[in-house]
Design a protein. Structure first.
Ligand SMILES: [Zn+2]
Length: 56
């Protein structure tokens, strides 16, 4: 996944916040260019390690 504005890899974007929903996890990220993207991680995609990180 890449930034729609500048094309930087999403790995370089800062995670602003993560919310747990019935569908999985919604993650808000802000790219270095200032563009905010929303990422949906379904439960099938989410590994236990990620769940712990989101709660920390
Ligand atoms: Zn960007």
């Amino acid at each position: 996944m890449r930034c729609a504005q500048c094309g930087r890899p999403a790995a370089e974007a800062r995670t602003i916040s993560t919310h747990h929903t019935s569908d999985g996890w919604v993650r808000y990220k802000r790219c270095a260019c200032g563009s905010v993207s929303i990422e949906l991680l379904t439960l099938e995609d989410t590994r236990p390690r990620d769940l712990h990180a989101a709660r920390a």
